[in-house]
Write a protein that binds this ligand. Structure first.
Ligand code: NDP
Length: 264
């Protein structure tokens, strides 16, 4: 039964959110649970993730569970997703949101730094998307929706310092890669009614941005047409739409939720 006053009714859905225990991912988990879906939260190492899941489940009277899984490990990801599909499923959607950054001048970056970023932001997204797509295709499921958290930095060189001396080149390029990856997967899996889209945030107040110096944050915020960083919950509207039945004709898109940052 539809929840009165709530546009999205997810009561028949089960959705996996990677990095769903904190930051933007937590906001996704919360909004999805509030809409009535079962939620499987994937985390890497935060010890409080099972408690976060339990608390969310209690708040909205839905089944929310946390699963520890490093998404850069393809075999472990497949095993974990199969377990979730069997225990909580059928899974109907995935938010591939886990992401990391290394903030260093380009001249100092190492191969290790490259793997640290790309193994999560690109390979990790691919591992999770493929794991769920394979389950859907093998079980002749009616399809599903995959939402990838990319970034506005898929399009622009995102400065980490006002003097342009620090731009996070591996992070920015990994987001360009994952936005393109999402279009390729959308094209290949469309015949199976699997929709793949990217949501690309601008600056959001999370642990990832908390390391920035105050004067850098102020400088960045001033350049955003809306004049501020976003709060995590402000990212959720577009993702909910894409995961919902209202988004049934939307695939291969990249949607910017950036306070107008890409206007100039
Ligand atoms: P946070 O740093 O707050 O959280 C990162 C999350 O990803 C955590 O839940 C973490 O789990 C999880 N994670 C990291 N590596 C792995 C891994 N190998 N396997 C499984 N889970 C992992 O990030 P944000 O909320 O800021 O960012 C979320 C997404 O949004 C990222 O993809 C980021 O690039 C993107 N983004 C963020 C912006 C911002 O301004 N904050 C702007 C644009 C895009 P654990 O807690 O266990 O470590």
């Amino acid at each position: 039964m539809a929840r009165r006053g709530f546009f999205f009714d997810f009561s028949n859905k089960c959705i996996i959110v990677t990095g769903g225990n904190r930051g933007i991912g937590y906001a996704y988990s919360r909004a999805i649970a509030q809409a009535g879906a079962r939620v499987a939260i994937i985390y890497r190492s935060s010890k409080d993730a099972p408690d976060v899941a339990e608390k969310l489940g209690r708040e909205f009277s839905v089944d929310v569970k946390a699963f520890q899984c490093d998404v850069s490990d393809s075999e472990l990801t497949t095993k974990t997703f199969t377990k979730i599909h069997e225990e909580m499923g059928p899974v109907t959607g995935l938010v591939a949101n886990a992401g990391v950054s290394v903030v260093k001048p380009a001249i100092e970056l190492t191969s290790e730094d490259f793997h640290k970023v790309y193994d999560v932001n690109v390979l990790g997204v691919f591992n999770t998307a493929r794991a769920i797509a394979k389950l859907w295709i093998d079980s002749k499921h009616q399809g599903g929706s995959i939402v990838i958290t990319s970034s506005m930095s898929s399009q622009i060189i995102n400065q980490a310092a006002p003097n342009k001396a620090l731009t996070q080149v591996f992070y920015n390029s990994s987001k360009a890669a994952v936005s393109n990856l999402s279009k390729g997967m959308a094209a290949e899996w469309a015949p199976h009614n699997i929709r793949v889209n990217a949501v690309s945030p601008g600056y959001v107040n999370t642990d990832q941005t908390s390391h920035m110096d105050k004067h850098i944050r102020d400088h960045q915020a001033k350049n955003v047409p809306l004049g501020r960083f976003a709060e995590p919950h402000e990212m959720t509207g577009q993702a909910l739409l894409l995961l919902s039945d209202h988004g049934s004709y939307m695939t291969g898109g990249e949607y910017f939720v950036d306070g107008g940052n890409l206007i100039w």
